[in-house]
Write a new protein. Sequence first.
Length: 270
Amino acid sequence: MNELFSLEGDVAVVTGASGNLGPVWIQALLDYGASVLAIDRPESKDSNPFEDLPGGRDDERLAIVFADVRDKTALRAACGECIRRWGRPTVLVNNAGIDQPPKKRGKAWALEEIPLEANREILEVNTLGAFLVCQVFGSEMVKGKRGSIVNIGSLYASVSPDQRLYDHIPQDPPFLKPPAYGASKAALVNVTRYLATLWAPYGVRVNALSPGGVLGGQDDEFKRKFCSRVPMGRMATPEDLKGPLVFLASRASSYVTGIELRVDGGFTAW
């Protein structure tokens, strides 16, 4: 069983390295033996996405390159660096994405005021950017006739945000979860199915992993309301996400492709 879940000898790529979940995926992949190329935005060069990775910052199995997921030329350069260091990629975690939680919003918009550009950027990064990453790195997997792609979705790929979860937040007009966010993740799940059927004959599996709400500094009232909607009665922790990722990335899921694995404590079952 340990061999089924082992990633020894695998070369993994993780986009959105310094995002909320980027370090979680990176650490899980390192723990199970993979070498990891972390990709982050060029404007993140002054940050250190490895700061919270125990034992990972100086690991010869970990490196970072900077590329915007909407820039195909930069992504090709990143792929070239991956091949130069360790060889052809065999695992891809498409994690880069844009969300807009209330604490990061300087201004709230009424629905009729949401700028087109705000929606466009979310769709460009979360869906089109993820597709570009699959084009570049997935094509290398096809050539090698082996690979596992894990696209990071969201529970909002399946259900609409419950705006009542946010109605206690003192913003005027009231905070709205961006409509493009769920749309972008739903589209990514469909792209996952598309690529899964296209690349299955070449030994490349493509699945989506959709987390529910993950603990990350939310206010107490939000957590109370959110947990009341979850059958398991709590939000996810990073440890809840590592096992599902390793399952999808490893040979343990060798006959699994084209699925959306929801890790949401049962939120979408109600």
